[in-house]
Design a protein around this ligand. Structure first.
Ligand code: ZN
Length: 138
């Protein structure tokens, strides 16, 4: 697969309203989008650092994977997302190299991205997201 850059870092937080002031007031970044992703049971807040984004993830339901992550490991870095050309091909490539996939096919994520996750058991513990912005090529 061809990774062009780190698209974003996903960070699990208990509460967006409590987390955003740190990113804005201490780091001087600006939250430019807040979006709920219903099928993932999260609310997300986005910041830009160069061409990489920070995606804060707040669970909207106890059954959310983010709620379970926070319960188990506390708030903190949840996943690393790489921008790739062609998520479908990248998934097939990873699978052919013995990587376990969480998503067999790309699905819709926040910010209109096409996304898919690789299983952390196959990626040395780092939950890895592959994503592609089909509408807004960088
Ligand atoms: Zn993500």
């Amino acid at each position: 697969m061809k990774v062009s850059h780190i698209e974003h870092l996903g960070i699990a937080v208990k509460n967006l309203e409590e987390a955003i002031p740190y990113w804005e007031n201490v780091l001087g970044l600006k939250c430019y989008n807040i979006e709920e992703v219903a099928d993932q049971k999260v609310r997300t807040a986005f910041f830009k650092v160069g061409q990489t984004k920070i995606e804060l993830l707040e669970p909207t339901d106890e059954e959310s994977t983010i709620a379970k992550f926070i319960e188990k490991r506390g708030e903190g870095i949840h996943h690393l997302a790489f921008a790739v050309e062609g998520v479908e091909d990248a998934l097939a490539d990873a699978e052919s190299k013995g990587i376990r996939l969480i998503d067999k096919a790309p699905r819709g994520g926040a910010e209109g991205l096409s996304i898919a996750f690789l299983h952390p058991k196959s990626t040395l513990g780092v939950l890895t997201e592959l994503c592609e912005d089909k509408h807004n090529k960088q």
